[in-house]
Design a protein around this ligand. Structure first.
Ligand SMILES: CC(=O)N[C@H]1[C@@H](OP(=O)(O)O)O[C@H](CO)[C@@H](O)[C@@H]1O
Ligand SMILES: [Mg+2]
Length: 545
Protein backbone atom coordinates (compact mmCIF):
# COMPACT_ATOMS: atom_id res chain seq x y z
CA UNK A 1 0.00 0.00 0.00
CA UNK A 2 1.21 3.47 -0.88
CA UNK A 3 0.45 6.69 0.96
CA UNK A 4 -2.51 7.98 -0.99
CA UNK A 5 -4.15 4.80 -2.30
CA UNK A 6 -7.51 5.19 -0.61
CA UNK A 7 -7.88 8.86 -1.48
CA UNK A 8 -6.82 8.34 -5.10
CA UNK A 9 -9.29 5.48 -5.56
CA UNK A 10 -12.18 7.36 -4.03
CA UNK A 11 -11.64 10.55 -6.02
CA UNK A 12 -10.92 8.66 -9.22
CA UNK A 13 -14.40 7.16 -9.12
CA UNK A 14 -15.75 10.73 -9.43
CA UNK A 15 -13.67 11.53 -12.49
CA UNK A 16 -13.59 8.42 -14.67
CA UNK A 17 -11.41 8.19 -17.73
CA UNK A 18 -13.27 7.73 -21.03
CA UNK A 19 -11.97 4.50 -22.59
CA UNK A 20 -10.64 4.75 -26.13
CA UNK A 21 -10.97 2.10 -28.87
CA UNK A 22 -8.69 -0.88 -28.47
CA UNK A 23 -5.10 -0.08 -29.35
CA UNK A 24 -5.60 3.71 -29.01
CA UNK A 25 -4.02 5.78 -26.25
CA UNK A 26 -4.13 9.31 -24.96
CA UNK A 27 -0.76 10.94 -25.49
CA UNK A 28 0.91 13.92 -23.90
CA UNK A 29 1.93 15.83 -27.04
CA UNK A 30 3.34 19.25 -27.91
CA UNK A 31 0.31 20.89 -26.34
CA UNK A 32 -0.12 18.50 -23.39
CA UNK A 33 -3.38 16.57 -23.59
CA UNK A 34 -5.66 18.41 -26.00
CA UNK A 35 -9.05 16.91 -26.93
CA UNK A 36 -12.78 17.44 -26.97
CA UNK A 37 -13.49 18.77 -23.49
CA UNK A 38 -15.85 15.91 -22.56
CA UNK A 39 -12.93 13.46 -22.77
CA UNK A 40 -10.76 15.46 -20.42
CA UNK A 41 -12.21 15.26 -16.93
CA UNK A 42 -10.52 11.99 -15.96
CA UNK A 43 -7.35 13.13 -17.69
CA UNK A 44 -7.28 16.37 -15.74
CA UNK A 45 -7.71 14.46 -12.49
CA UNK A 46 -4.80 12.19 -13.35
CA UNK A 47 -2.62 15.12 -14.41
CA UNK A 48 -3.17 16.35 -10.85
CA UNK A 49 -1.58 13.14 -9.58
CA UNK A 50 1.35 13.55 -11.93
CA UNK A 51 1.89 17.21 -11.03
CA UNK A 52 2.11 16.20 -7.35
CA UNK A 53 4.70 13.56 -8.18
CA UNK A 54 6.69 16.03 -10.27
CA UNK A 55 6.69 18.62 -7.49
CA UNK A 56 7.80 16.03 -4.92
CA UNK A 57 10.53 14.82 -7.28
CA UNK A 58 11.81 18.41 -7.48
CA UNK A 59 11.97 18.98 -3.72
CA UNK A 60 8.59 20.58 -3.40
CA UNK A 61 9.15 23.31 -5.99
CA UNK A 62 5.90 24.58 -7.46
CA UNK A 63 4.65 22.94 -10.65
CA UNK A 64 2.04 24.60 -12.86
CA UNK A 65 -0.98 23.18 -14.64
CA UNK A 66 -2.71 25.19 -17.36
CA UNK A 67 -6.15 24.30 -18.70
CA UNK A 68 -6.49 25.63 -22.23
CA UNK A 69 -6.88 24.58 -25.85
CA UNK A 70 -5.35 27.79 -27.21
CA UNK A 71 -6.60 28.49 -30.74
CA UNK A 72 -8.86 25.41 -30.98
CA UNK A 73 -12.65 25.75 -31.07
CA UNK A 74 -14.53 26.33 -27.81
CA UNK A 75 -15.62 22.68 -27.51
CA UNK A 76 -12.01 21.55 -27.09
CA UNK A 77 -9.83 21.93 -24.07
CA UNK A 78 -6.41 20.83 -22.88
CA UNK A 79 -4.24 20.17 -19.85
CA UNK A 80 -0.57 21.07 -19.81
CA UNK A 81 2.12 20.92 -17.10
CA UNK A 82 4.64 23.69 -16.46
CA UNK A 83 8.06 23.00 -14.89
CA UNK A 84 9.52 25.05 -12.00
CA UNK A 85 11.34 27.67 -14.09
CA UNK A 86 8.19 28.27 -16.08
CA UNK A 87 9.36 26.12 -18.97
CA UNK A 88 7.60 23.10 -20.45
CA UNK A 89 7.43 19.70 -18.79
CA UNK A 90 10.68 17.72 -19.12
CA UNK A 91 10.40 15.26 -22.00
CA UNK A 92 10.89 12.05 -19.98
CA UNK A 93 7.89 12.96 -17.91
CA UNK A 94 5.64 13.10 -20.96
CA UNK A 95 5.90 9.31 -20.94
CA UNK A 96 4.93 9.11 -17.28
CA UNK A 97 1.95 11.37 -17.95
CA UNK A 98 0.88 9.09 -20.77
CA UNK A 99 1.27 5.99 -18.56
CA UNK A 100 -0.79 7.45 -15.73
CA UNK A 101 -3.57 8.74 -17.95
CA UNK A 102 -3.93 5.47 -19.83
CA UNK A 103 -4.19 3.22 -16.76
CA UNK A 104 -7.34 1.21 -17.63
CA UNK A 105 -8.92 1.09 -14.16
CA UNK A 106 -8.84 3.03 -10.88
CA UNK A 107 -6.88 0.18 -9.27
CA UNK A 108 -4.33 0.17 -12.04
CA UNK A 109 -4.09 3.95 -11.74
CA UNK A 110 -3.03 3.53 -8.11
CA UNK A 111 -0.50 0.90 -9.16
CA UNK A 112 1.04 3.09 -11.86
CA UNK A 113 1.17 6.02 -9.43
CA UNK A 114 2.96 3.99 -6.76
CA UNK A 115 5.29 2.39 -9.30
CA UNK A 116 6.31 5.80 -10.65
CA UNK A 117 6.97 6.97 -7.09
CA UNK A 118 9.18 3.92 -6.43
CA UNK A 119 11.02 3.97 -9.76
CA UNK A 120 11.70 7.70 -9.53
CA UNK A 121 12.62 7.51 -5.82
CA UNK A 122 9.92 9.96 -4.80
CA UNK A 123 9.07 10.30 -1.12
CA UNK A 124 5.27 10.52 -1.06
CA UNK A 125 5.35 12.09 2.39
CA UNK A 126 7.43 15.07 1.29
CA UNK A 127 5.75 18.39 0.47
CA UNK A 128 4.29 19.14 -2.95
CA UNK A 129 2.96 22.38 -4.44
CA UNK A 130 0.95 22.87 -7.61
CA UNK A 131 -0.50 26.11 -8.96
CA UNK A 132 -3.03 26.26 -11.77
CA UNK A 133 -5.13 28.43 -14.02
CA UNK A 134 -7.51 28.14 -16.95
CA UNK A 135 -8.60 30.10 -20.00
CA UNK A 136 -12.19 31.32 -20.54
CA UNK A 137 -13.64 28.05 -21.91
CA UNK A 138 -16.80 27.01 -20.03
CA UNK A 139 -15.48 23.43 -19.65
CA UNK A 140 -12.57 24.82 -17.62
CA UNK A 141 -14.65 24.76 -14.39
CA UNK A 142 -15.19 21.03 -14.43
CA UNK A 143 -11.61 20.29 -15.41
CA UNK A 144 -10.26 22.46 -12.62
CA UNK A 145 -12.48 20.64 -10.10
CA UNK A 146 -11.11 17.31 -11.28
CA UNK A 147 -7.55 18.61 -11.13
CA UNK A 148 -8.06 19.98 -7.61
CA UNK A 149 -9.41 16.60 -6.50
CA UNK A 150 -6.24 14.96 -7.82
CA UNK A 151 -4.11 17.40 -5.88
CA UNK A 152 -6.12 16.94 -2.72
CA UNK A 153 -6.01 13.14 -2.96
CA UNK A 154 -2.21 13.30 -3.14
CA UNK A 155 -1.98 15.95 -0.41
CA UNK A 156 -0.37 18.65 -2.50
CA UNK A 157 -0.64 22.25 -1.47
CA UNK A 158 -2.30 24.15 -4.29
CA UNK A 159 -3.24 27.63 -5.49
CA UNK A 160 -6.09 28.25 -7.91
CA UNK A 161 -5.28 31.37 -9.92
CA UNK A 162 -8.61 31.11 -11.77
CA UNK A 163 -8.61 32.69 -15.22
CA UNK A 164 -5.19 33.46 -16.71
CA UNK A 165 -3.38 33.59 -20.03
CA UNK A 166 -0.99 30.68 -20.50
CA UNK A 167 2.11 32.93 -20.20
CA UNK A 168 0.75 34.45 -16.97
CA UNK A 169 0.66 31.01 -15.41
CA UNK A 170 4.24 30.37 -16.58
CA UNK A 171 5.23 33.69 -15.00
CA UNK A 172 3.57 32.76 -11.71
CA UNK A 173 5.31 29.38 -11.56
CA UNK A 174 8.72 30.98 -11.96
CA UNK A 175 7.87 33.85 -9.60
CA UNK A 176 6.70 31.37 -6.95
CA UNK A 177 9.89 29.33 -7.14
CA UNK A 178 12.25 32.28 -7.18
CA UNK A 179 10.51 34.32 -4.47
CA UNK A 180 12.94 35.75 -1.94
CA UNK A 181 16.04 34.68 -3.90
CA UNK A 182 18.48 36.97 -5.74
CA UNK A 183 16.93 35.69 -9.00
CA UNK A 184 13.39 36.67 -7.98
CA UNK A 185 11.30 36.85 -11.14
CA UNK A 186 8.68 39.24 -9.79
CA UNK A 187 5.82 39.49 -7.33
CA UNK A 188 3.83 36.28 -6.96
CA UNK A 189 0.48 37.56 -8.19
CA UNK A 190 -1.34 38.47 -11.35
CA UNK A 191 -0.94 42.11 -10.36
CA UNK A 192 2.80 41.48 -10.06
CA UNK A 193 2.82 40.42 -13.71
CA UNK A 194 1.07 43.63 -14.82
CA UNK A 195 3.30 45.83 -12.68
CA UNK A 196 6.47 44.22 -13.99
CA UNK A 197 5.47 44.52 -17.64
CA UNK A 198 4.08 48.04 -17.37
CA UNK A 199 7.11 49.35 -15.50
CA UNK A 200 9.57 47.74 -17.95
CA UNK A 201 7.55 49.04 -20.91
CA UNK A 202 7.85 52.64 -19.73
CA UNK A 203 11.54 52.17 -18.99
CA UNK A 204 12.26 50.54 -22.37
CA UNK A 205 10.48 53.32 -24.27
CA UNK A 206 12.75 55.95 -22.69
CA UNK A 207 10.35 58.72 -23.64
CA UNK A 208 9.99 57.59 -27.29
CA UNK A 209 6.59 58.31 -28.78
CA UNK A 210 4.28 55.55 -30.01
CA UNK A 211 2.70 56.60 -33.30
CA UNK A 212 -1.02 56.14 -33.87
CA UNK A 213 -3.58 53.67 -32.65
CA UNK A 214 -2.92 49.95 -32.22
CA UNK A 215 -5.94 47.68 -32.67
CA UNK A 216 -5.63 44.36 -30.84
CA UNK A 217 -7.84 41.42 -31.81
CA UNK A 218 -8.00 39.13 -28.78
CA UNK A 219 -9.67 36.10 -30.47
CA UNK A 220 -12.53 36.48 -27.96
CA UNK A 221 -10.28 34.66 -25.54
CA UNK A 222 -8.60 35.27 -22.21
CA UNK A 223 -6.18 37.80 -23.73
CA UNK A 224 -8.99 40.39 -23.96
CA UNK A 225 -9.73 40.97 -20.29
CA UNK A 226 -6.08 40.51 -19.34
CA UNK A 227 -4.83 43.06 -21.84
CA UNK A 228 -7.49 45.52 -20.67
CA UNK A 229 -6.24 44.98 -17.12
CA UNK A 230 -2.58 45.45 -18.08
CA UNK A 231 -3.35 48.74 -19.83
CA UNK A 232 -4.55 50.20 -16.52
CA UNK A 233 -1.02 49.84 -15.17
CA UNK A 234 0.62 51.88 -17.94
CA UNK A 235 0.82 55.48 -16.67
CA UNK A 236 -0.99 57.79 -19.11
CA UNK A 237 1.16 60.77 -18.14
CA UNK A 238 4.31 58.93 -19.23
CA UNK A 239 3.18 56.97 -22.30
CA UNK A 240 0.65 57.78 -25.00
CA UNK A 241 -0.34 54.19 -25.78
CA UNK A 242 -3.61 54.32 -27.69
CA UNK A 243 -4.89 50.73 -27.80
CA UNK A 244 -8.23 49.63 -29.17
CA UNK A 245 -9.09 46.19 -27.78
CA UNK A 246 -11.45 44.29 -30.10
CA UNK A 247 -12.89 40.75 -30.22
CA UNK A 248 -12.80 40.56 -26.44
CA UNK A 249 -16.18 38.92 -25.85
CA UNK A 250 -15.52 36.07 -23.45
CA UNK A 251 -19.14 35.51 -22.51
CA UNK A 252 -20.18 33.78 -25.75
CA UNK A 253 -18.05 30.64 -26.15
CA UNK A 254 -19.15 30.16 -29.75
CA UNK A 255 -17.15 33.22 -30.85
CA UNK A 256 -13.86 32.07 -29.29
CA UNK A 257 -11.24 31.84 -32.07
CA UNK A 258 -14.06 32.12 -34.60
CA UNK A 259 -12.91 34.06 -37.66
CA UNK A 260 -10.42 35.97 -35.55
CA UNK A 261 -7.22 35.50 -33.59
CA UNK A 262 -3.58 34.89 -34.54
CA UNK A 263 -4.13 31.40 -35.92
CA UNK A 264 -6.96 32.57 -38.20
CA UNK A 265 -4.90 35.49 -39.50
CA UNK A 266 -1.78 33.40 -40.08
CA UNK A 267 -3.44 30.43 -41.76
CA UNK A 268 -6.00 32.37 -43.80
CA UNK A 269 -3.55 35.20 -44.53
CA UNK A 270 -6.24 37.83 -44.04
CA UNK A 271 -7.57 40.20 -41.38
CA UNK A 272 -10.53 39.11 -39.22
CA UNK A 273 -13.76 40.21 -40.95
CA UNK A 274 -14.98 41.84 -37.71
CA UNK A 275 -14.48 44.56 -36.87
CA UNK A 276 -14.40 45.64 -40.48
CA UNK A 277 -10.70 46.22 -41.33
CA UNK A 278 -9.81 49.89 -41.54
CA UNK A 279 -7.22 50.66 -44.21
CA UNK A 280 -3.86 51.58 -42.75
CA UNK A 281 -4.71 50.78 -39.12
CA UNK A 282 -1.83 49.16 -37.21
CA UNK A 283 -3.31 45.88 -36.00
CA UNK A 284 -2.34 42.66 -34.29
CA UNK A 285 -4.02 39.45 -33.20
CA UNK A 286 -3.46 37.25 -30.15
CA UNK A 287 -4.57 33.62 -30.07
CA UNK A 288 -7.08 32.08 -27.64
CA UNK A 289 -4.65 31.76 -24.70
CA UNK A 290 -2.50 34.79 -25.60
CA UNK A 291 0.79 33.11 -26.37
CA UNK A 292 0.88 33.85 -30.10
CA UNK A 293 1.07 37.24 -31.83
CA UNK A 294 0.71 38.32 -35.47
CA UNK A 295 0.84 41.94 -36.74
CA UNK A 296 -0.79 43.18 -39.95
CA UNK A 297 -2.44 46.05 -41.74
CA UNK A 298 -4.63 46.45 -44.75
CA UNK A 299 -2.87 48.62 -47.26
CA UNK A 300 -5.08 50.83 -49.45
CA UNK A 301 -2.90 49.88 -52.42
CA UNK A 302 -1.46 46.41 -51.91
CA UNK A 303 -4.11 44.91 -49.62
CA UNK A 304 -3.45 42.74 -46.58
CA UNK A 305 0.15 42.65 -45.31
CA UNK A 306 1.10 40.30 -42.48
CA UNK A 307 4.07 40.45 -40.10
CA UNK A 308 4.36 37.01 -38.54
CA UNK A 309 6.68 35.30 -36.07
CA UNK A 310 9.61 35.41 -38.49
CA UNK A 311 9.18 39.16 -38.77
CA UNK A 312 8.97 39.67 -35.01
CA UNK A 313 12.05 37.50 -34.64
CA UNK A 314 14.13 39.45 -37.16
CA UNK A 315 12.89 42.79 -35.79
CA UNK A 316 13.87 41.81 -32.25
CA UNK A 317 17.23 40.37 -33.33
CA UNK A 318 18.09 43.48 -35.31
CA UNK A 319 17.13 45.88 -32.49
CA UNK A 320 18.80 43.92 -29.73
CA UNK A 321 21.88 43.28 -31.90
CA UNK A 322 22.28 47.04 -32.45
CA UNK A 323 21.84 47.77 -28.74
CA UNK A 324 24.44 45.18 -27.79
CA UNK A 325 26.85 46.82 -30.20
CA UNK A 326 26.12 50.32 -28.87
CA UNK A 327 26.55 49.01 -25.33
CA UNK A 328 30.05 47.79 -26.20
CA UNK A 329 29.13 44.18 -25.48
CA UNK A 330 29.43 42.78 -28.99
CA UNK A 331 32.48 40.67 -28.17
CA UNK A 332 31.11 39.45 -24.86
CA UNK A 333 27.65 38.17 -25.72
CA UNK A 334 26.67 35.62 -28.35
CA UNK A 335 23.38 36.43 -30.05
CA UNK A 336 21.57 33.78 -32.08
CA UNK A 337 18.20 33.18 -33.72
CA UNK A 338 16.31 29.89 -33.60
CA UNK A 339 13.69 28.99 -36.20
CA UNK A 340 11.88 25.94 -37.54
CA UNK A 341 11.65 24.69 -41.11
CA UNK A 342 8.45 26.76 -41.49
CA UNK A 343 10.39 30.02 -41.24
CA UNK A 344 10.24 31.91 -44.50
CA UNK A 345 13.53 31.50 -46.39
CA UNK A 346 13.72 35.27 -46.90
CA UNK A 347 13.79 35.81 -43.13
CA UNK A 348 16.60 33.30 -42.71
CA UNK A 349 18.61 35.06 -45.43
CA UNK A 350 17.97 38.45 -43.87
CA UNK A 351 19.13 37.32 -40.43
CA UNK A 352 22.24 35.47 -41.60
CA UNK A 353 23.32 37.82 -44.39
CA UNK A 354 22.09 41.25 -43.40
CA UNK A 355 22.13 41.03 -39.59
CA UNK A 356 25.06 38.56 -39.71
CA UNK A 357 23.67 36.49 -36.88
CA UNK A 358 23.70 32.69 -36.66
CA UNK A 359 20.41 30.85 -37.26
CA UNK A 360 19.73 27.35 -35.95
CA UNK A 361 16.80 25.30 -37.24
CA UNK A 362 15.05 22.90 -34.84
CA UNK A 363 12.06 20.55 -35.10
CA UNK A 364 8.59 22.08 -34.68
CA UNK A 365 7.32 22.81 -31.15
CA UNK A 366 8.50 25.62 -28.91
CA UNK A 367 10.15 23.33 -26.40
CA UNK A 368 12.79 22.52 -29.02
CA UNK A 369 13.36 26.16 -29.91
CA UNK A 370 13.44 27.23 -26.27
CA UNK A 371 16.07 24.64 -25.45
CA UNK A 372 18.39 25.67 -28.29
CA UNK A 373 17.89 29.39 -27.57
CA UNK A 374 19.18 28.77 -24.05
CA UNK A 375 22.56 27.96 -25.61
CA UNK A 376 23.10 31.62 -26.55
CA UNK A 377 23.64 34.63 -24.29
CA UNK A 378 20.76 36.20 -26.16
CA UNK A 379 18.59 33.64 -27.92
CA UNK A 380 15.75 34.92 -30.10
CA UNK A 381 13.24 32.26 -31.03
CA UNK A 382 9.89 32.36 -32.80
CA UNK A 383 7.78 29.95 -34.74
CA UNK A 384 6.37 31.47 -37.93
CA UNK A 385 2.90 31.23 -36.32
CA UNK A 386 3.87 33.97 -33.85
CA UNK A 387 4.84 31.98 -30.76
CA UNK A 388 8.20 32.93 -29.34
CA UNK A 389 10.32 35.07 -27.06
CA UNK A 390 13.87 36.25 -26.41
CA UNK A 391 15.95 34.56 -23.72
CA UNK A 392 18.75 36.34 -21.87
CA UNK A 393 21.42 34.33 -20.04
CA UNK A 394 22.35 35.30 -16.47
CA UNK A 395 25.66 36.64 -17.89
CA UNK A 396 23.79 38.86 -20.29
CA UNK A 397 21.42 40.24 -17.64
CA UNK A 398 24.37 40.82 -15.36
CA UNK A 399 26.31 42.67 -18.02
CA UNK A 400 23.35 45.01 -18.71
CA UNK A 401 23.21 45.99 -15.05
CA UNK A 402 26.85 45.90 -14.04
CA UNK A 403 28.90 47.07 -17.02
CA UNK A 404 30.46 50.49 -16.42
CA UNK A 405 29.28 52.70 -19.32
CA UNK A 406 32.02 54.57 -21.21
CA UNK A 407 29.68 57.16 -22.72
CA UNK A 408 26.09 58.43 -22.42
CA UNK A 409 25.23 56.42 -25.56
CA UNK A 410 26.53 53.24 -23.94
CA UNK A 411 24.54 53.96 -20.81
CA UNK A 412 21.41 54.47 -22.88
CA UNK A 413 21.86 51.14 -24.65
CA UNK A 414 22.59 49.29 -21.40
CA UNK A 415 19.49 50.75 -19.73
CA UNK A 416 17.29 49.77 -22.65
CA UNK A 417 18.71 46.23 -22.67
CA UNK A 418 18.09 45.91 -18.94
CA UNK A 419 14.49 47.05 -19.45
CA UNK A 420 14.00 44.50 -22.23
CA UNK A 421 15.24 41.81 -19.86
CA UNK A 422 12.25 42.60 -17.65
CA UNK A 423 9.76 43.33 -20.42
CA UNK A 424 10.26 40.09 -22.36
CA UNK A 425 8.73 36.99 -20.75
CA UNK A 426 11.68 34.69 -20.04
CA UNK A 427 9.57 31.61 -19.44
CA UNK A 428 7.62 31.15 -22.66
CA UNK A 429 6.29 33.03 -25.70
CA UNK A 430 3.84 35.68 -24.45
CA UNK A 431 1.69 37.61 -26.92
CA UNK A 432 1.10 40.57 -24.59
CA UNK A 433 4.76 40.93 -23.64
CA UNK A 434 5.85 40.43 -27.28
CA UNK A 435 3.37 43.07 -28.39
CA UNK A 436 4.85 45.59 -25.94
CA UNK A 437 8.31 44.66 -27.26
CA UNK A 438 7.27 45.30 -30.87
CA UNK A 439 5.73 48.64 -29.88
CA UNK A 440 8.94 49.64 -28.10
CA UNK A 441 11.07 48.76 -31.12
CA UNK A 442 8.81 50.55 -33.60
CA UNK A 443 8.84 53.63 -31.33
CA UNK A 444 12.65 53.58 -31.04
CA UNK A 445 13.10 53.21 -34.78
CA UNK A 446 10.19 55.58 -35.49
CA UNK A 447 8.89 52.94 -37.91
CA UNK A 448 5.44 52.25 -39.27
CA UNK A 449 4.42 48.67 -40.08
CA UNK A 450 5.24 49.49 -43.68
CA UNK A 451 8.84 50.39 -42.74
CA UNK A 452 9.07 47.12 -40.83
CA UNK A 453 7.71 45.14 -43.77
CA UNK A 454 10.27 46.74 -46.11
CA UNK A 455 13.23 45.04 -44.39
CA UNK A 456 12.89 42.02 -46.70
CA UNK A 457 10.34 40.48 -49.05
CA UNK A 458 8.77 37.20 -48.00
CA UNK A 459 9.00 34.33 -50.46
CA UNK A 460 5.49 33.25 -51.50
CA UNK A 461 4.63 30.09 -49.61
CA UNK A 462 1.89 27.58 -49.07
CA UNK A 463 1.05 25.16 -46.27
CA UNK A 464 -1.14 22.14 -47.07
CA UNK A 465 -2.62 19.56 -44.74
CA UNK A 466 -2.67 16.03 -46.17
CA UNK A 467 -4.79 13.21 -44.73
CA UNK A 468 -2.89 9.93 -44.62
CA UNK A 469 -3.69 6.49 -43.29
CA UNK A 470 -0.84 6.38 -40.82
CA UNK A 471 1.13 9.56 -40.28
CA UNK A 472 3.76 7.71 -38.25
CA UNK A 473 5.11 6.23 -41.50
CA UNK A 474 6.59 9.63 -42.17
CA UNK A 475 9.89 9.98 -40.38
CA UNK A 476 12.15 12.94 -40.78
CA UNK A 477 15.73 14.05 -40.26
CA UNK A 478 17.63 17.37 -40.49
CA UNK A 479 15.20 19.29 -38.24
CA UNK A 480 12.24 17.82 -40.14
CA UNK A 481 13.44 19.19 -43.46
CA UNK A 482 13.96 15.77 -45.07
CA UNK A 483 12.03 12.51 -45.02
CA UNK A 484 13.90 9.33 -44.09
CA UNK A 485 10.81 7.16 -44.54
CA UNK A 486 8.89 6.06 -46.52
CA UNK A 487 11.83 5.23 -48.74
CA UNK A 488 11.79 7.05 -52.08
CA UNK A 489 9.46 9.85 -50.98
CA UNK A 490 12.26 12.38 -50.36
CA UNK A 491 13.80 11.67 -53.79
CA UNK A 492 10.50 12.51 -55.40
CA UNK A 493 10.20 15.72 -53.37
CA UNK A 494 13.74 16.69 -54.42
CA UNK A 495 12.82 16.15 -58.06
CA UNK A 496 9.72 18.31 -57.68
CA UNK A 497 11.64 21.14 -55.95
CA UNK A 498 14.22 21.22 -58.77
CA UNK A 499 11.56 22.31 -61.22
CA UNK A 500 11.06 25.69 -59.52
CA UNK A 501 13.10 28.84 -58.90
CA UNK A 502 14.28 29.63 -55.33
CA UNK A 503 12.15 26.74 -54.17
CA UNK A 504 12.09 24.68 -51.01
CA UNK A 505 9.57 22.11 -49.79
CA UNK A 506 9.26 19.56 -47.05
CA UNK A 507 6.69 17.22 -45.53
CA UNK A 508 6.31 15.97 -41.96
CA UNK A 509 3.78 14.32 -39.70
CA UNK A 510 1.91 16.83 -37.53
CA UNK A 511 2.54 16.49 -33.82
CA UNK A 512 -0.93 17.74 -32.91
CA UNK A 513 -3.24 16.32 -35.60
CA UNK A 514 -3.61 13.04 -37.41
CA UNK A 515 -2.25 14.34 -40.71
CA UNK A 516 0.88 15.33 -42.59
CA UNK A 517 1.79 18.90 -43.39
CA UNK A 518 3.43 20.00 -46.60
CA UNK A 519 5.21 23.35 -46.85
CA UNK A 520 6.50 24.88 -50.06
CA UNK A 521 7.98 28.22 -51.01
CA UNK A 522 9.14 29.51 -54.38
CA UNK A 523 9.87 32.69 -56.30
CA UNK A 524 6.23 33.30 -57.29
CA UNK A 525 2.87 32.59 -55.71
CA UNK A 526 1.75 30.29 -58.51
CA UNK A 527 4.99 28.29 -58.33
CA UNK A 528 4.71 27.93 -54.55
CA UNK A 529 1.12 26.69 -54.92
CA UNK A 530 2.02 24.30 -57.70
CA UNK A 531 4.96 22.87 -55.80
CA UNK A 532 2.90 22.41 -52.63
CA UNK A 533 0.24 20.56 -54.60
CA UNK A 534 2.83 18.31 -56.24
CA UNK A 535 4.43 17.41 -52.94
CA UNK A 536 1.00 16.86 -51.38
CA UNK A 537 0.22 14.33 -54.13
CA UNK A 538 3.52 12.54 -53.41
CA UNK A 539 2.67 12.34 -49.71
CA UNK A 540 -0.86 11.14 -50.44
CA UNK A 541 0.51 8.39 -52.65
CA UNK A 542 3.09 7.21 -50.09
CA UNK A 543 0.56 7.57 -47.27
CA UNK A 544 -1.83 5.24 -49.05
CA UNK A 545 0.76 2.49 -49.57
C1 LIG B 1 2.96 24.39 -38.96
C2 LIG B 1 2.50 24.76 -37.61
O1 LIG B 1 2.07 25.90 -37.38
N1 LIG B 1 2.59 23.83 -36.64
C3 LIG B 1 2.15 24.08 -35.27
C4 LIG B 1 1.39 22.88 -34.75
O2 LIG B 1 2.24 21.75 -34.76
P1 LIG B 1 2.12 20.51 -35.74
O3 LIG B 1 3.10 19.51 -35.17
O4 LIG B 1 2.50 21.02 -37.09
O5 LIG B 1 0.69 20.06 -35.72
O6 LIG B 1 0.99 23.13 -33.40
C5 LIG B 1 2.09 23.31 -32.49
C6 LIG B 1 1.54 23.49 -31.10
O7 LIG B 1 0.72 24.62 -31.02
C7 LIG B 1 2.93 24.50 -32.94
O8 LIG B 1 4.05 24.59 -32.10
C8 LIG B 1 3.36 24.32 -34.40
O9 LIG B 1 4.03 25.45 -34.87
MG1 LIG C 1 -1.70 29.42 -27.84
Amino acid sequence: MGNHDKEILEASAKHPIVPLEKGKFYTYGTAGFRLKADLLEGISYRVGLLASLRSRKLNGQAIGVMITASHNPAADNGVKIVDPLGDMLEQDWERYATALVNAPSDEQLVQVYNRLATDLKIDLKSPAKVIYGRDTRPSGHKLVTALADGLEATKAESVDYKILTTPQLHYLVRATNSEGTPLSYGKVSEVGYYEKLAEAFVRALKGRKINGTLQVDCANGVGGPKLTELLKYIPKDKVNFDVKVVNDDVLRPEVLNFECGADFVKTKQRAPPTPKPQPGLRSCSLDGDADRLIYYWVDPESGFVMLDGDRISSLAASFIGDLVESAGLKDDLRIGVVQTAYANGASTNYITQHLRLPVICTPTGVKHLHHVAQGFDIGVYFEANGHGTVLFSPDALNAFKKKEPQSPAQKDALDTLAALGDLINQTVGDAISDMLLVEVILAHKNWSLRDWAMTYIDLPNRLVRVEVGNKDLFQTTDAERRLLHPEGAQDEIDQAVKKYKDARAFARASGTENACRVYAEAATRSEANELAERVARIIERYGAL
